[in-house]
Design a protein around this ligand. Structure first.
Ligand code: MN
Ligand code: MN
Length: 469
């Protein structure tokens, strides 16, 4: 091989060039990534919405010896606790050997994803077809949700308080549902609509049946027949939808994408990919020096509001309880804590290159992406991590050999978005966003790279394991 020129050597020393993780990771690590992603895909298929993700996590945590947090109990290093917030959000912690007064390390992701929720009075019949009315949840491109098999997920709470869990449409022998779209032959007017109105909110009606109840006199016989099926299967009547949370989700399972199977396509990588990797990464650190706290939040896709979203106080209360129980003022613990706000970022998509600024975008296969700030219109509504904290995170990842990159969310003024980072940093916690680059974010079928998923898992592990400096 020819010797490197002086300019080449100098460039190596002085320039920063991100690299594709297939060039930097060993063959063993690439194999490990493959194996890790099998577990991730199983999680995606089992836990399609927040309640299911909490159920999954609680099962894993219980298996690993975690127990529900008991108010007032004094916890010792190595103790494992969790707090299940109404079945829709979760905090889990392992108490570290160093005093809580030195702060904790938080990994905060969200487990809700964009979808179509049923309205409180969803059931109706029109032209002898049965439908559910919906109200979409989170930032969707509505046209993407038509002509797609949907499964039905959620809960119905009966008048006597009984909760009926619903999952229907994911198994091959189960029926699915769908939102219909107009045939191109008759879509001349629809095709002139702006993209955002390709399908309008009130056109997101889910087709749920067509067979009428056999009776000569009754009206709404299709609705009646469906109501009877629902009563026979779930014991619910139309009034029970008033106290339900049901949604339509893409009915297909997670799949490998590409001839080389290097990618995973699935519904809701955002942000279950960070939920899974943060929990699995933290669980690798069984006896941490610094207490770690994994948080699964709900409602991020609609602004983190509500008592299961991170704009509420449930994380603060959880840490405050742990603090008081070890005789420390909660604000001392929070002020000295650090958080990786774990959420996805928009991977550079060459088909739509003009919304990205290539030098500051994240790329598929370049590893976990550290996002200093999100926001819109001049960094509005963002956390914007400090140089000091960026420096700490950078050295932790480099020392652990984690493949990582930086990324902005698109070009300046191309749009923007936010994460839970600003709600955690509002608690006076040093916070930065990290996560997995995603293609087709918020679409029914999002795409991530296996190496990026694995690198994110390794990043969370490294953060929980890093010695205090
Ligand atoms: Mn997200
Ligand atoms: Mn999102």
């Amino acid at each position: 091989m020819a010797e490197k020129t002086q300019a080449e050597l100098l460039k190596e020393k002085l320039f920063y060039e991100p690299k594709n993780a297939y060039e930097t990771l060993s063959e063993e690590e690439i194999q490990a990534a493959e194996a890790f992603c099998e577990g991730y895909k199983a999680f995606l298929d089992e836990a399609k919405m927040e309640r299911e993700a909490v159920r999954f996590a609680v099962r894993i945590l219980e298996e690993k010896g975690f127990r529900p947090h008991e108010a007032g109990k004094h916890y010792q290093p190595g103790d494992r606790v969790y707090y299940n917030n109404r079945g829709k959000a979760l905090c889990a912690a392992v108490i570290g050997t160093r005093p809580l007064a030195e702060g904790v390390r938080i990994l905060a992701s969200h487990i809700d994803s964009p979808r179509v929720d049923l309205k409180p009075r969803p059931l109706y019949e029109e032209a002898e077809l049965g439908y559910f009315k919906t109200h979409y949840y989170g930032g969707i491109k509505k046209y993407q949700w038509a002509a797609l098999p949907l499964s039905l997920h959620g809960v119905i709470v009966l008048r006597d308080g009984t909760r009926v869990d619903v999952t229907l449409g994911d198994q091959p022998d189960e029926p699915v549902f769908c939102i219909t779209d107009l045939l191109p032959h008759l879509a001349a007017e629809q095709s002139k609509r702006p993209l955002a109105q390709g399908l309008r909110g009130e056109e997101l009606n889910i087709l749920i049946g067509s067979r009428p109840f056999k009776d000569d006199k009754a009206s709404e016989k299709v609705k009646l027949a469906i109501a009877k099926l629902l009563f026979d299967k779930y014991g619910v009547t139309e009034a029970d939808f008033l106290s339900a949370e049901l949604c339509g989700l893409p009915a297909f399972p997670a799949r490998d994408v590409g001839f080389d199977r290097s990618l995973i396509g699935a519904y809701g990588h955002d942000d279950r990919v960070c939920a899974y990797t943060s929990l699995m990464g933290a669980l690798q650190v069984e006896n941490p020096e610094t207490t770690w706290v994994v948080v699964f939040a709900d409602k991020e896709e609609v602004g983190s509001e509500g008592n299961t979203g991170l704009h509420s106080s449930f994380l603060k209360y959880f840490i405050a309880d742990l603090a008081r129980e070890s005789g420390v003022a909660p604000r001392i613990v929070l002020s000295r804590s650090q958080c990786l706000s774990a959420d996805v970022n928009a991977a550079f998509d060459p088909t739509f290159a003009d919304v990205y600024e290539k030098r500051n975008s994240c790329f598929v296969n370049y590893g976990v992406v550290v996002t200093k700030y999100t926001g819109a219109r001049g960094k509005s509504s963002t956390n914007d991590a400090s140089a000091e904290f960026m420096g700490k995170v950078r050295s932790i990842f480099d020392e652990a050999g984690v493949a990582w990159q930086v990324g902005e969310l698109g070009k300046v003024d191309a749009g923007g978005g936010g994460t839970v980072a600003m709600y955690v940093s509002a608690l006076d916690v040093d916070t930065v966003d990290i996560g997995v680059p995603v293609l087709s974010m918020h679409a029914p079928f999002e795409v991530v790279s296996k190496l990026d998923v694995y690198s994110t898992y390794k990043a969370f592990e490294a953060f929980c394991r890093a010695p205090k400096k």
